[in-house]
Design a binder for this molecule. Structure first.
Ligand SMILES: [Zn+2]
Length: 330
């Protein structure tokens, strides 16, 4: 089966025209990179308390020269992520995993993401490519800050585990403080939190959420989403979510009984961060009726057949949790 390595539509040997336009301004770039997988320096796996896939990822900066992608010391327009180095399972499938997860986010849940694709080196090794969203067409850069920076947290002042020592509720509080379009942006954020849960992204930590800072007005807006992947394919003992939903160790009755986040938790979370019950219903409903379209996109991805099955099973497990309400069953 041949699919577009951008959008995974069937019937293409390489990129479809809409993907060429989105990714490469319409230039006919091939999904096979003009170089082999570079030699990577051996990196010592970060021995932090919480194993993080992103912690051992080498990223390359690329730019487009005519129809060719070339390595860029400066002025990079793309980030290329080959297979990360490490001893987690199925590492050679992380590029396919990230690409699929980003496509699910965009195509099925309207989550704002940068253009991205699944690429191959000359020697067949896979890589994930994503267009940098902090670089404007004229080459100027937008000011981007992740939420560790916004929260003023670093390893120096908060210890090795600083990226995980926070809650999604507290991120929302920071958003409320800094983002003037909060009512719009908070729904995007809420959608992303549920999506991460659906696809078993257990590594959505403080640095995986960012804002653009408007230097003229000192105001912020959320950046597109990034670094989304189903971590359960690679790490078995990862926690369900990188951060707790609630601050101060708050637990719903449902969580106290089941020790897993379910519908009541996401509703309580939505209310706490200022979304109305009717808007929560609307956003939540989108996640409950996408099972077959999710399966279809998974099956067109570049994962192995075994991992396609694992990916879909893990989504089905999460769907069951998202559907379950302790309050309704009382
Ligand atoms: Zn396409």
């Amino acid at each position: 089966m041949k699919v577009c390595p951008g959008c995974l539509k069937e019937g293409f040997e390489t990129f479809c025209n809409p993907c060429l336009k989105k990714l490469f301004n319409g230039k006919k770039v091939n999904h096979i990179l003009p170089f082999t997988q570079p030699e990577f320096n051996e990196i010592r796996i970060n021995q932090s308390e919480h194993l993080s896939i992103s912690g051992i990822q080498i990223k390359h900066s690329l730019k487009l020269e005519k129809k060719k992608l070339v390595l860029a010391e400066t002025g990079g327009e793309y980030i290329l992520k080959p297979t990360p180095i490490g001893s987690f399972r199925n590492m050679e499938y992380t590029p396919a995993n990230e690409h699929l997860t980003m496509q699910l986010a965009a195509q099925l849940f309207d989550i704002n993401i940068p253009p991205n694709a699944f690429m191959q080196f000359q020697d067949d090794y896979p890589a994930y490519i994503v267009k940098r969203f902090d670089v404007l067409p004229d080459g100027n850069k937008l000011l981007q800050e992740d939420f560790a920076q916004v929260a003023g947290k670093s390893e120096e002042n908060s210890g090795k585990n600083y990226k995980y020592d926070f809650s999604y509720e507290e991120i929302a509080e920071l958003m409320k403080k800094y983002i003037s379009a909060y009512p719009i942006e908070i729904e995007k954020y809420f959608t992303l939190i549920i999506f991460n849960y659906l696809v078993n992204n257990g590594d959505a930590h403080l640095k995986n959420f960012s804002v653009f800072r408007n230097t003229e007005f000192g105001d912020y807006t959320l950046t597109p989403a990034y670094d989304l992947l189903n971590t359960s394919l690679h790490i078995s003992e990862e926690s369900d979510t990188a951060l707790d939903l609630f601050k101060n160790n708050y637990m719903t009755e449902s969580y106290k009984h089941g020790s897993k986040y379910a519908k009541d938790d996401f509703y309580e979370f939505g209310i706490r961060i200022g979304i109305s019950k009717s808007r929560i219903d609307k956003i939540y409903e989108r996640f409950l009726n996408k099972e077959s379209s999710t399966e279809s996109l998974i099956n067109r991805s570049f994962l192995s057949d075994e991992l396609k099955g694992k990916y879909f099973n893990s989504v089905q497990d999460r769907l069951k949790r998202l559907e379950y309400s302790f309050n309704d069953e009382k």
